[in-house]
Design a protein around this ligand. Sequence first.
Ligand code: NDP
Length: 314
Amino acid sequence: MPVKILYNGDPRLAGTWVPALRKAVAAKGVEAEILASTDTPEAIHYVVHSPKGEIGDFCPFSGLKAVLSLWAGVEDIVGNETIRVPISKMVDPSLTEGMIEYVVAHVLRIHLGIDRHILHQNGVWRQRETLPVFVARQRTVLMLGLGALGTACLKALADLNFQVSGWSRTPKSIGGATTYSGSDGLDRALALADFIVLMLPMTADTRNVLDGRRFSLMRKGAAIINPGRGPLIDDDALLEALDNGLVSHATLDVFREEPLPPSHPFWSHEKILVTPHIAAETKPATSSMSIAENIRRAESGEGLLNVVNRDQGY
Ligand code: NDP
């Protein structure tokens, strides 16, 4: 009997995802039926989920074996009590490569002072005052979060000669990087960093991880890059830190409210670059293969990869 898989993502993208998933499960040798909607939820074995999906109550899915997230961030479903089966989060090579490109691009952009040239392109040859002062090996990047994405970004920055450090919930050892854990560890790490990249999941413990106290601990003039989640930063404290010079610049991809409202002060702040949650996207061709591999594993008794720890929230 074929495995029944329901796509519960953005309905406008079903025409892309359903064929991609169909092709991927066939490539993995799984006999499966892929559906974009169903009248018989009790017959569904796997739900492929994104926050844009319309199903939020999973109680009718009595035959469900797992929920497979198309997103790396799972804060929208991790506390869903109608889901009584394992949830897996997305780990996908294209997603990781996209995030590496975003993070490296913005660290280099700030490191090289490229914004100064874009903002002042007015016929004045400002060579002396815009020469880069440092090379990468004199600058330290602190990665908050050393999971699939944070570790890959940290390694890419180390390959460009940046000094790299990282912070995670549990202690980690990554060659060439100084690593920290615990609240005290973060306080110490912040004082030594020129760039702070937030690559953390949104959980009860990570909300407002950068607040007024933590901004005051940072090396004066540090730059913030946040492709993690908006609520990781206290917005008012960030604005204050930018205005009093503690923080030199913030590049923000994620926000407490998305889309960021047109009247929000971030849009017009001269030290903030807003990008509209585009740091890294789940690409159908590759991430369908990650989903299909997980279904193959589950069906053959090998166990799911990237299972969410629902107590930890990620
Ligand atoms: P992972 O789950 O692989 O890694 C999460 C990391 O955060 C781990 O190192 C974990 O520590 C650490 N962490 C979690 N809680 C804490 C805590 N309380 N204190 C310190 N460290 C903590 O996630 P990914 O790397 O795959 O993704 C990270 C996040 O990036 C996602 O949750 C999502 O929010 C965001 N994202 C944003 C995208 C965008 O386009 N803007 C695209 C994709 C993801 P430990 O290693 O000890 O478990």
